[in-house]
Design a protein around this ligand. Structure first.
Ligand code: PHE
Length: 357
């Protein structure tokens, strides 16, 4: 890097000053050509063109000269100064542009690259079936009715014709809260009472989907939480034929138009008579296999004619009104449909399971 030359000790004559100016020009032009970066350029600018720089110091020596020589040397010095200023400026601009270019290249954004695909979420298999069930019932004129998951003992059992200590309560192992009158609903059936009390004496066609809870050992076949879809139709002259016809129509929409169904007598305290509906095993076509445990049939729901006591509790006169109700489990139906062997997969949150649906 060019260092400042020491100030001349003695007075200069015109020729010496002129030489000095020419020398400054040459060295400064070489320096500006040699600099590698902006810092180097800045320091060379200071050396030659700065306030205490060499050119200014040469200008100061103009006083040593006689007038006519002084004018000429001054003109020459100013020429050199203008030339150097423009050259140094040009280099500064060149470097700035170079740096900008380098930066642009480094930070280059290729807008033609395809974007990163978003990982799409999906609907949980239980909810897929739930929606499918709701869609079918909606097509058949059933409204969706939601009701609470935390219930009273009265609604979950009492008003459904199971007074305290009724042995049928044993069918539903129950999560009680610290208040023995408050529990997690063991089925969606208390929603029947809510719907009836809100609608009586109007006719009703509703489905009630939602989560239920049972205080059970978790095994491949039973979970402590699961969805149910309850159905309820109340009106005048509703018969068991309506129940069978409607549930059969539902099964055909869910499992296919050819599916065979059968009704088996069952018992629920809140329906009379009660029946469970089976569909022909779609794994073996009814011949008998491990999925249907050799029977050729798969149980898909519980149902029955709403018990007169329950109708009455809902605000309907059982002499004038009748109705049917049913309840099914979307997880169970999903298991049958996809031959899932363990119900615990549903809430395990294992993507290897969930991503298959
Ligand atoms: N609530 C019953 C259960 O959880 C199912 C059911 C609903 C049966 C409606 C008949 C009528 O097992």
């Amino acid at each position: 890097m060019t260092k400042r030359s020491p100030p001349p000790a003695k007075k200069l004559n015109a020729a010496e000053l002129m030489d000095w100016i020419e020398d400054i020009e040459q060295r400064a032009m070489k320096a500006v050509a040699d600099v590698q970066d902006a810092d180097g350029l800045a320091s060379q600018t200071a050396v030659f063109l700065g306030r205490g720089g060499e050119l200014n110091r040469a200008l100061e020596r103009l006083v040593d000269l006689a007038k006519p020589e002084r004018a000429e040397a001054g003109r020459r010095a100013n020429q050199v100064k203008a030339k150097l200023e423009s050259e140094y400026g040009r280099r500064r601009e060149e470097m700035r542009a170079g740096m900008m270019q380098a930066q642009l290249q480094q930070e280059a954004l290729d807008v033609t690259l395809p974007g990163r695909p978003l990982v799409r979420g999906r609907i949980h298999p239980a909810n897929q079936t739930l929606r499918q069930i709701i869609r079918i019932w909606a097509e058949m004129g059933f409204q969706v009715y939601r009701s609470r998951e935390v219930e009273t003992d009265e609604l979950n059992f009492g008003l459904l014709n199971m007074p305290p200590h009724h042995p049928a309560r044993d069918m539903w192992d129950t999560f009680y809260t610290t208040n023995p009158q408050v529990l997690l609903r063991t089925h969606t059936s208390p929603g029947q009472i809510h719907a009836m009390r809100q609608r009586a004496p109007q006719p009703i066609r509703v489905v009630l989907p939602g989560m239920c809870y049972r205080y059970e050992q978790v095994t491949a076949r039973s979970e402590i939480q699961f969805n149910q879809v309850e159905g309820l139709a109340v009106g005048r002259r509703i018969t068991f034929a309506d129940l069978k016809g409607t549930l059969t129509a539902f099964a055909r929409r869910l499992f296919g138009a050819q599916v065979a169904t059968r009704f088996r007598a069952a018992h629920f305290p809140f329906t009379e008579p009660s029946a469970e509906m089976d569909v022909e095993c779609f794994v073996c076509g009814g011949v008998g296999c491990p999925v249907c445990k050799g029977t050729g049939w798969l149980e898909v729901l519980g149902s029955g004619m709403v018990h007169p006591t329950v109708l009455n509790n809902g605000g309907y006169d059982p002499a004038l009104f009748s109705g049917y109700a049913f309840g099914m489990g979307p997880e169970r139906l999903t298991m049958l449909k996809h031959r899932i062997e363990d119900i615990r997969y549903f809430w395990k949150n294992d993507l290897r399971f969930l991503e298959q649906f």
